[in-house]
Design a protein around this ligand. Structure first.
Ligand code: CMC
Length: 441
């Protein structure tokens, strides 16, 4: 049973047999070949490294049109949500499928407050990491540790979905802020019930005994907007990991912890940290934008222009458009100017005008500008991917729930084409000259 419509069939002819494969169509017109019975009927598997051509699920959460640069959560354009909603409203939307009424929002906020604390024993964990520990490693370990404090989740996660969701959303923010304090060597700051989601996070980050942090409405709004941009992105690498782990019926915390690790990689969410490091290095060492672009074009250099390119977007990433605007506003608000922003904008222009980038449809992605905004807010570079994780959490949760409850969901278990050695024995190997030579070396 599928939710997509069967609109036609495609015929595959192989070794004298014809196989009719249903062609399915999603609600926005995207089409897919249904190969679910292919192996059973023909003995063939599909070969698709990186799953470039593979739809792994039907989903009603997020829609991406990579050709036209469209991103929608539950039908709402990302620009619309960033303009009119708070991050928490969007989190509610992603998880529940509809925007909250004021009373639903207030109940949700109350739950968020109620669950914002960490068990005091968890505080001790932070002190045991080395000083240079990357906050993403701490985040992943802490999230999975939550399952040891809330094991009831394993027995019935649907029992109180609001509690589960708010617990994770709220505690992830607290963990993130605590890991920053650990990195700074400052005393931790507890969450406060009188502050809203983003204000609360900023206060936990920047309040110190000698600095009475006052939430700044411009920064709070910008943070809400940036987190909204990150909140979901259909079947990206980390979300696929969350769904795959969830498909084994691992608990929500374990699945999200795995997603955090996947996000950390520099080809995915970790790109925001790389972008800033590259910009800082270029400015420090007087490397021109043109030189960076030339280096990225060199096949032998193994170097990429981080913050550029995307598997799905073959035009300007709609998130990058909003991020650029937010970043410019924050920098103007904080310091009037930033040589790194000037450099980034020049780099963007040089890359967009270059044939190599045009031929491959490489445009700035979400990570190109977000880091500059976080930096202007005072967030250190190694926390950037943590910010992405805080934003992505509602999407991961929504996708995990959809995977778990969706009809016909099965454990994720891809196939392979084996190209290794044929059958051999240990005895034969020990008797070879090659083994004898290696042994005497
Ligand atoms: N700089 C230079 N060349 C690039 C870049 C780049 N940033 N991105 C892609 N290319 C080239 C690549 O070398 C290849 O060239 P050719 O056809 O000559 O071999 C072509 O463009 C296609 O690239 P690909 O690696 O096959 O594309 P992909 O869909 O597998 O990878 C990507 C997508 C995002 C991993 C890649 O564009 C990339 O590495 N970008 C830099 C890292 C980055 O910014 N990641 C953040 C992505 S957005 C946030 C998120 O959702 O994760």
């Amino acid at each position: 049973m599928t939710l997509t419509k069967k609109i036609s069939t495609a015929r595959l002819s192989f070794e004298g047999h014809d196989y009719d494969l249903p062609v399915l169509e999603g609600d926005m017109g995207e089409r897919g070949l249904d190969v679910r019975n292919l192996l059973k009927d023909s003995g063939l598997v599909t070969f698709d490294p990186g799953m470039v051509n593979t739809a792994v699920c039907e989903s009603n959460i997020t829609y991406v049109d990579g050709k036209n640069g469209i991103l929608r959560y539950r039908g709402y354009d990302i620009e619309d949500l960033a303009e009119h909603c708070s991050f928490l409203e969007v989190a509610y939307l992603l998880v529940h499928g509809f925007l909250p009424t004021p009373s639903e929002y207030s109940a949700f906020s109350k739950l968020m407050n109620l669950h914002s604390m960490l068990h005091e024993n968890m505080r001790n964990f932070f002190s045991l990491y080395p000083d240079h520990a990357h906050p993403m490693a701490i985040l992943s370990a802490m999230v999975v540790s939550l399952s040891t404090f809330y094991p009831e989740l394993e027995s019935d996660p649907m029992e109180a979905i609001d509690i589960t969701v708010s617990r994770l959303l709220s505690k992830l923010r607290t963990i993130a802020a605590f890991s920053y304090k650990k990195y700074m060597g400052h005393p931790i700051v507890y969450p406060r019930s009188d502050l809203r989601y983003c204000e609360n996070f900023l206060n936990m980050m920047f309040y110190t005994p000698v600095n009475n942090y006052e939430p700044d409405p411009v920064i709070t709004r910008a943070l809400n907007q940036l987190l909204i941009l990150h909140a979901d992105h259909e079947q990206n690498c980390s979300t696929s990991v969350v769904r795959a782990v969830g498909s084994s019926h691992a608990n929500l915390y374990a699945s999200i912890s795995a997603g955090v690790c996947a996000l950390w990689g520099p080809l995915h969410g970790g790109a925001n940290q790389r972008v800033l490091e590259v910009l800082e290095d270029a400015l420090r060492n007087n490397i021109s934008p043109k030189a960076l672009v030339e280096k990225a074009k060199d096949r032998h250099s193994n170097y990429r222009l981080y913050g550029f390119g995307h598997r799905v977007y073959k035009t300007y990433d709609p998130r990058a458009k909003v991020a650029k605007k937010v970043c410019t506003q924050v920098i103007k608000h904080m310091s009037q100017s930033d040589p790194l922003l000037d450099y980034a904008q020049e780099l963007e222009q040089v890359a967009l005008a270059d044939n190599y980038f045009q031929e491959r449809s490489l445009y700035p992605n979400v990570d190109f500008f977000t880091g500059l905004a976080y930096r202007a807010m005072g967030i250190p570079v190694n926390m950037f991917t943590v910010m992405f994780a805080i934003g992505r959490l509602p999407g991961w949760i929504a996708q995990w729930l959809e995977q778990r409850d969706g009809e016909g969901q099965r454990i994720v278990r891809p196939r392979q084409l084996y190209v290794g050695p044929g059958m051999r024995t240990v005895e034969e190997t020990l008797a070879t000259d090659l083994y004898a030579k290696k042994k005497t070396k």
